[in-house]
Design a binder for this molecule. Structure first.
Ligand code: SF4
Length: 382
């Protein structure tokens, strides 16, 4: 199988196709549940309620960011400004997709998410459910988070008139775990000495998952894995890099810019990449809700957790195993979850002789030249 043919299978999601599929599913009676992404809301519960989890991951342009300022201040991260900018613009296919959402799960991941939920509810007729998320994973935080998951389950049952039985939950957990296993198999093809793939390919698959839900995504990733196994792709060349920080939206070309500058991203912890499949839900728990609380609170890779030792340990483990030469820490301006800790993170890694490039950015076009220059300087130094 030729690379060209394989490449065709992993194009960016076609938004018109996504809109058509979601419209069909909605007509069949399924509810579309918006999730203001970051991989800390258990999608398994949404799926067990026979709904499609639709994660906010569209857009990523300067124009959308500026439109979002109708509601959010310029000192809110670009991601949330883009989300509201898409609603305010009302023209694009991205808006038509988001408009299919029956309601939205927002909450306290950060202030940006909280405010976006509020404006969607007040101005765009998208009822928000506030999912309250603790910042730590001590026993009392776990108890609290577990209680929030129970409340979310009850809310979904009320909205859908569907009882989320343990059996349904276990089936959804098994489906998502199966999906994670296939992603882990795919990930093996970017770890070795001669990687066949890089983050760019994996991210397109994750974007599909975030827009289409797990049932359609499973078929797609299995086909992709099969194609990678059978193909004789030329190994990718470049400096082996770990990418951390904020997830990347569909119209944001940041990963492409990094990979074009002479890097291969052989490891990452982004919610648009590795985080989803980094760890399965442990099926040994006697109750599926306990298992979900454990996975999403104790083993998420978000920079918002205090302390963030689980994330750092995982990062260092991957860094060593995959013979990585440096870390790029990409974060959006005004993203408190990553920007305030960027210097501390860099110093912490310096003590381990790991070079870090802190790249603060937004979606404006005029920052691209500066990003390229800083990437080149970093790679020369490596
Ligand atoms: S975590 Fe950062 S990027 Fe994500 S919504 Fe909050 S402020 Fe924005």
């Amino acid at each position: 199988m030729k690379w060209q043919k394989l490449n065709m299978k992993i194009e960016k999601p076609d938004l018109y196709d996504i809109h058509e599929q979601l419209t069909r599913l909605k007509e069949e009676g399924k509810k579309i549940v918006g999730v203001i992404a970051h991989s800390i809301v258990p999608d398994e519960i949404i799926h067990a309620a026979d709904c499609i989890p639709l994660h906010f991951c569209l857009g990523g342009t300067e124009e959308q960011m500026v439109l979002g300022q109708t509601y959010l201040s310029q000192t809110t991260c670009g991601f949330q400004r883009v989300n509201l900018g898409i609603f305010e613009g009302r023209e694009e296919i991205s808006y038509q997709i988001y408009e299919l959402m029956d309601f939205v799960i927002a909450g306290t991941f950060c202030n940006g998410v909280q405010n976006t939920g509020m404006y969607l509810d007040n101005y765009f007729d998208k009822e928000q459910y506030q999912f309250i998320i603790p910042h730590g994973s001590k026993p009392n935080s776990f108890e609290f988070f577990h209680g929030e998951i129970i409340k979310l389950k009850k809310y979904l049952e009320k909205k859908t008139n569907i009882k989320i039985s343990n059996r349904k939950l276990i089936e959804s957990i098994q489906l998502y775990n199966e999906l994670r296993t296939v992603y882990q198999e795919i990930d093996k093809y970017r770890q070795g000495e001669n990687p066949k793939i890089s983050l760019g390919e994996i991210q397109k698959l994750i974007h599909h998952l975030n827009l289409n839900g797990p049932d359609l995504n499973l078929k797609k990733v299995m086909e992709f894995l099969d194609a990678v196994k059978r193909s004789e792709l030329p190994p990718k060349k470049g400096v082996r890099i770990f990418l951390t920080g904020n997830g990347i939206l569909i119209e944001d070309n940041f990963v492409q810019i990094v990979e074009d500058s002479g890097c291969i991203i052989v490891g990452d912890d982004l919610w648009t990449g590795f985080e989803f499949y980094s760890s399965p839900v442990n099926v040994d728990f006697s109750n599926p809700l306990d298992a979900l609380a454990d996975r999403y609170l104790n083993r998420n890779l978000s920079g918002r957790m205090i302390p963030d030792s689980y994330r750092t340990e995982k990062m260092l483990e991957i860094y060593k195993k995959r013979n990585i030469k440096g870390i790029i820490n990409n974060y959006l301006k005004f993203c408190d979850s990553f920007s305030n800790s960027a210097d501390y993170f860099k110093q912490k890694m310096k003590k381990k002789n790991i070079p870090v490039l802190n790249l603060e950015r937004d979606y404006s076009q005029n920052s691209i030249g500066q990003i390229r220059t800083r990437l080149e300087a970093f790679l020369e130094m490596l």
